[in-house]
Ligand binder design. Sequence first.
Ligand SMILES: [Fe+2]
Length: 327
Amino acid sequence: MDVNIIRCARTVLHVRDLEASRRFYVEALGFIETESDGSHLYLRGLEEHCHHSIVLKKKAEPAVEALGYKVSCAEDLDRLAAMFSEKGHAVSWLEKGSQKAMGRALRVMDIVGLPLEFFAEIEPAERMLQRYDLYKGARVQRIDHFNCMVSDVGAAQEFYQNELGFRCSEYTNTPEGDVWATWLHRKQTVHDVAFMNGPGPRLHHIGFWLPDPLAIIHACDVLASMGYGDQIERGPGRHGLSNAFFLYLRDPDGHRIELYNGDYLTSDPDFKPIRWDINDPMRQTFWGHAAPDSWFEEAMPVLDIQTDKPVPLNPGKLKQHKPTFVI
Ligand SMILES: [Fe+2]
């Protein structure tokens, strides 16, 4: 389809306590608070020149409302709506002005039950990259990717590649040759979205870019100093797959945030996707240390765009492997 999806660009998360969220995201992670009201926080990273990349909405239960992608123009939204409707997917429109700082937005349920949002227009905001005097906490720079646990990775990969124009940078195969996990991109990095086999659809984590590995080490010090040591779930470490230098955190509501660095360029048309065997231990942690069970088992529910209820889970289609070999 002739649609130009630019990149993963924003997410809407439900949280229970905005003050707790503000302390974690603004004070500890260093997001810029663009705007807020009694029920929303709108946050952006230091280099982001748009109003926000993350919306935290005060609700009774934590959940994921939408995973947002920016497209190049309004016509792309119409083309996407036609395609999703033709294939029988739920589609809804949010008109300009119905969401803070947002132009017209299209919401759809994708092939594996994830609530997606596409938009072409968002209000600009001052880019703070060189306001070093305002840097604090983990000094988050920008949103980088979504990672989702889904029941049928093969179906997701096929849909995102064939219908939405994503390209694969890296993937994990089972001994039987099935795709256990896949990293797909629109911008010229390793990924905008990754899919992993497991009970889903659920959001596993949102990745945010930090400038270098030392920034991630500094983030650990800041988090520990603020009493968030228990919320460091995994890392710091390096994934073999994607070369990511990572730190995984849980926010006050359990949403998993990855602080991420180590990406590489995937622009060339002759770039060949990198294959990993699921039983290669260097794939998940290059240095060899194991990940906690929670990292493999826990992820956040996503909401249906029409009912606002959590989307029921389906089990992972592929046979479960030993936890330390899952990703
Ligand atoms: Fe990630």
